[in-house]
Ligand binder design. Structure first.
Ligand code: SF4
Length: 361
């Protein structure tokens, strides 16, 4: 299990030492800051994690927590923006922060691919689904004949569960239902056997039944292709289904990181508690009322002092001297590589979870 976080950057080896990269994918102290007229937006502020092939990490948080910007940074989508990026992102030993733009373009869609929330924004309305997947294959395999690429596409459409793939090949995106479009986009993402798949809210727009089918499909395909998957979502329940590890982000930083057992079943950060008590759980008796997290996510230009979550946290009184407001908590190991960024001592956090949070789930 590759639960290891070096937001404690002093532990991170020097940038560029690819030989020491700890996983198939390794982020080391990654920062993505956007200068604006009003100040610097620290969208991602010192994020580190590793991921091996065949494993899934779920990155969870509200909008503005930095989770989608993290995936964009991995894909190198900030290169032509005004964003200031730093840190290292190793993919199979290659630092994506320093490779040439051409190499990055080659890796995108080949070694790494993205599944978006809204397939309609990723699929071109004027071209048939089959044509678009064939193009995606031939960009990276110029030596492959059109006929071979077409056969591969039809095979892929079948493997993602699209009935009658030969007929579907010639249809346009608007002729597909929402769930089928999502499957087509997964087929497109898998076209070049990517070893890293990034899925950004892949099931948010789908109803619960189709959502479950798509998650099953991704799990099966992961077993078949052995890809590493990053699943980005606001829904802890989705990642509990799919992931090996969960990383919870708040205000551009990791606040909790561990296995699904640690973060979903025995979470220790008050923000993770808030996410859990504010969402419906299929594995528990239905509650009449959910408890939303009070307030709003912070402005990333003016991140609150001390613990960024302090203005919304109902457990501040547990920490003496108003430290929550003045001291930034470290991302510390609470045991078994369960990393938590909170001033409350771990035994007390566990007690609070058992006595105060769990009864409300
Ligand atoms: Fe809440 Fe303080 Fe812990 Fe932050 S450090 S989560 S404000 S108790």
């Amino acid at each position: 299990m590759a639960v290891r976080d070096a937001t404690t950057t002093e532990q991170a080896p020097a940038s560029g030492s690819a030989a020491t990269a700890a996983g198939y994918l390794e982020l080391r102290d990654v920062k993505v800051h956007f200068p604006t007229d009003d100040g610097v937006v620290k969208a991602v502020d010192g994020l580190s994690f590793t991921l091996d092939r065949g494993q899934t990490i779920g990155i969870v948080g509200e909008s503005g927590s930095g989770k989608s910007v993290t995936s964009q940074a991995i894909l190198g989508l900030h290169r032509r923006s005004r964003a200031k990026t730093s840190g290292s992102i190793f993919l199979d030993g290659e630092d994506l922060m320093t490779v040439s733009t051409e190499r990055l373009r080659n890796l995108r869609g080949n070694k790494m691919a993205m599944i978006f929330q809204d397939p309609l924004s990723a699929l071109h309305p004027y071209y048939t689904v089959g044509t678009q997947i064939v193009e995606g294959i031939r960009v990276h395999h110029s030596d492959m004949s059109k006929a071979a690429a077409k056969n591969r596409t039809i095979d892929l459409l079948g493997r993602v569960g699209i009935p009658n793939p030969k007929k579907r090949y010639d249809q346009y995106p608007h002729e597909f239902s929402g769930g089928m479009r999502q499957r087509a986009m997964i087929a497109m993402a898998l076209a070049n056997d990517p070893s890293l798949l990034i899925a950004d809210e892949p099931t948010t727009a789908l109803d619960v039944t189709v959502q479950a089918q798509i998650l099953d499909l991704m799990r099966d395909l992961q077993q078949e292709f052995g890809s590493a998957i990053i699943m980005i979502t606001h829904d802890l329940g989705v990642v509990a289904e799919m992931a090996d590890e969960i990383l919870v982000m708040y205000g551009g930083k990791a606040v909790e990181h561990g296995t699904v057992d640690q973060v979903f079943y025995t979470p220790e950060h008050p923000y993770a508690w808030g996410l859990l008590t504010s969402m419906p759980r299929l594995d528990r008796v239905r509650k009449e009322r959910l408890d939303p997290i009070p307030g709003n996510p912070p402005s990333l230009i003016n991140v609150p002092s001390g613990c960024a979550f302090h203005p919304r946290c109902g457990y501040r009184s547990e920490v003496p001297d108003d430290d929550c407001k003045t001291k930034v908590p470290g991302l510390d190991d609470a045991g078994g590589e369960h990393l938590v960024r909170c001033h409350i001592p771990p035994p007390r956090r566990r007690e609070l979870y058992e006595t105060d949070v769990k009864p409300r789930l």
